[in-house]
Design a protein around this ligand. Structure first.
Ligand SMILES: C[S@@+](CC[C@H](N)C(=O)[O-])C[C@H]1O[C@@H](n2cnc3c(N)ncnc32)[C@H](O)[C@@H]1O
Length: 253
């Protein structure tokens, strides 16, 4: 978002307007939840975590400050509840919402040959930025997204109407039907991803990870990506005769 802090000020004003209008016909706490949800959704567009916290936190903080004397004790839990709604704890543990830059996967299609209607999964699709980057790289592919947080899943489906977006746990979902699985998670999740890919993904399919390499497995090749980002690409089967378990380095299939 540009013109900082205008987005924060506009969001706070909009949240207060939603609260003022909503509390005329709804219970005050429901109007508060709606206004807070607006702030949380708007915060997803913030460039940095500090900005997101400020955009989302402005309304509940000012609300609490203004009504501290009249609020029941449990009302202090509402802002936390809102945050958990957008971002359930297990999704936070696996990876916070950091979007894939639009051009991060440029060049991938020159190195991976996918069949025209290949099924491609963004595992943990967040707001849909990874799906947009995948679409840019593979316009012919059938794109799927799985996301644990309900609000993010809805937002993603809105932003990516051409993709099939579902709410699911990526670790419980079956990856065997996808020709390419894309991940932008956390370093700590990559061991689990390696085991899942090795046991479920079909020979000839691909695992692509932004920024975080699989531990103990050499990539088939890596792309520079944009900015500080790197793209790690693994051909299945992992550790097959020609792939994996080798020193990292460029390799074309
Ligand atoms: C770093 S963000 C990446 C979002 C998107 N893939 C992109 O690149 O723009 C990671 C996303 O994974 C989701 N996530 C984390 N653990 C998950 C799980 N177990 N099941 C489904 N989604 C998960 C988080 O909610 C978050 O939206």
């Amino acid at each position: 978002m540009n013109f900082w802090p205008l987005p924060a000020l506009l969001t706070w004003a909009a949240a207060w307007a939603v609260y003022a209008l909503g509390s005329k016909s709804l219970p005050w706490w429901l109007a508060f939840v709606l206004a807070g949800a607006l702030g949380c959704l708007a915060s997803l567009g913030g460039r940095t975590w500090w900005r997101r916290v400020m955009i989302a936190g402005g309304f509940p903080l000012s609300f609490v400050a203004l009504s501290a004397s009249v609020l029941p004790g449990w009302a202090w839990l509402l802002p936390l509840g809102l945050l958990l709604l957008v971002y359930p704890l297990n999704a936070w543990r696996d990876a916070p919402v950091f979007p894939t830059p639009l051009h991060a996967l440029d060049g991938l299609a020159e190195t991976i040959a996918l069949p025209p209607r290949a099924a491609v999964l963004d595992a943990g699709c967040g707001m849909g930025d990874g799906l947009k980057a995948l679409r840019q790289a593979f316009p012919q592919a059938r794109l799927h997204g799985l996301e644990w947080s309900w609000p993010l899943r809805w937002l993603c489906a809105l932003r990516c109407p051409w993709a099939r977006v579902r709410r699911a746990d990526i670790w419980l979902a079956d990856w065997s039907g996808y020709q390419l699985v894309y991940l932008f998670q956390r370093p700590e999740s990559m061991g689990r991803a390696a085991v899942k890919a090795a046991t479920e993904m079909q020979p000839g399919s691909w695992l692509v990870s932004l920024d975080f390499a699989l531990p103990g497995v050499g990539p088939s090749f890596e792309l520079p990506g944009v900015g500080r980002h790197r793209v790690w690409v693994y051909a299945m089967p992992l550790g097959g005769p020609d792939e994996g378990l080798q020193a990292p380095g460029p390799h074309r299939p």
